[in-house]
Design a protein around this ligand. Sequence first.
Ligand SMILES: Cc1cc2nc3c(=O)[nH]c(=O)nc-3n(C[C@H](O)[C@H](O)[C@H](O)COP(=O)(O)OP(=O)(O)OC[C@H]3O[C@@H](n4cnc5c(N)ncnc54)[C@H](O)[C@@H]3O)c2cc1C
Length: 378
Amino acid sequence: MKIAIAGGSIAGLACALTLTCKGHDVHVYERSAAPLRGRGGGVVVLRQMFHFLEQHGYPVRGMLSVPAHRRRWLDAEGSVIRDEPELLPFSSWDAVYRSLCSMLPSGAMHYGHTVASLAQDAEGVTIHFDEHAEPLRVDLLIAADGTGSRLRAMLFPASASSYAGYIAWRGVVEESAFERADIAELIENMTLLRADGALFMTFLIPALDGSLETGKRRFNWLWYRNETDAATLASFLTDREGRHHHASIAPGELSAHSLAHLQHAAAAHLPPALSQLVAATGAPFLQAIADVLSPSFAQGRVALVGDAACTLRPHTGSGTSKAADDAVSLAQALDTSTATPDVVRALADWATARRAAVEPLRLKGPRLAESFGLGSPS
Ligand SMILES: Cc1cc2nc3c(=O)[nH]c(=O)nc-3n(C[C@H](O)[C@H](O)[C@H](O)COP(=O)(O)OP(=O)(O)OC[C@H]3O[C@@H](n4cnc5c(N)ncnc54)[C@H](O)[C@@H]3O)c2cc1C
């Protein structure tokens, strides 16, 4: 089949690869004019995706991880109050993104293509782009356009995201920015601090170029904080140019007011071992945590995957692995070797099964948040 994918981030690329493996002619249309870079922080390792790609002859070394060996909880003074052995393999968004990109067939990626509208009939889907007059005709369209999905809004106009009552300040900072002694306790551990309505966590991730070498890696940190005041939230979601954003501010785009607030809060509420990470971060960023669940993961010849289908709470550590699992299961459902002539039926069956499969993870997120004192109690 000729398949178009809207969105060239983790979910879109993962689908492009798994569907290519199954013999489909797949093209990815990404609104950004150039490859995405340095956008995310840490992600968990995509085991099922590794396995699938290895089975289809792809090397997956680029997605290797920095293992954390212990989960350690600090108190507000920086003393260790709980310390448990736990092997947590973390990779970075960049490492996963770059390695997925490198495995795509050449010519499959089309930057500067924003899917603007779609029209489907019994035979296929016609897509229009914001930047190009020429429409595209395909057998299937996959919406991998993220949590604020324009395609989901077109297919299911009544669906909306709901703010969970807390935000995540985030950052990535070089391991080499610190004296070894100052970060010794943070190396290869996952370090957490829980305070009233807030949770800080940090762990090492690979360097931007994928290196796992000591001194070249980076600390990923996240600081979840309850924020129920609408005006304060709106001010945090206003970037340095004064533009308002719905759900996030990208690295380097925080306003001077937000930066000052973050640095002040870190100095006031975090012990030096953790506040030093925030202070040394050149381009922190922000995400408002929201829940999104599409009423269905397919409609006719359009499938929804990744955050466009269902945005999980980040504490589940599974947004990326869920996107990869969406990709693997979708390729299996559309396997050309077991080709069903009724692709709409195959998509509908996949959508029902997939939505049921993610339900436990979706419900786990708010429960975890509540246990950390984050968000509004359900
Ligand atoms: C605070 C926070 C922490 C997280 N931590 C983790 C973690 O530790 N581990 C983990 O596994 N996951 C984590 N996640 C989740 C993870 O980042 C995502 O679930 C995962 O990357 C899947 O994203 P996606 O590809 O579906 O969407 P996105 O990454 O949002 O990508 C959507 C893409 O679509 C493009 N696009 C949008 N509209 C259009 C259009 N109309 N036409 C063409 N292109 C379009 C965008 O430019 C973008 O490239 C976290 C999320 C948050 C908010």
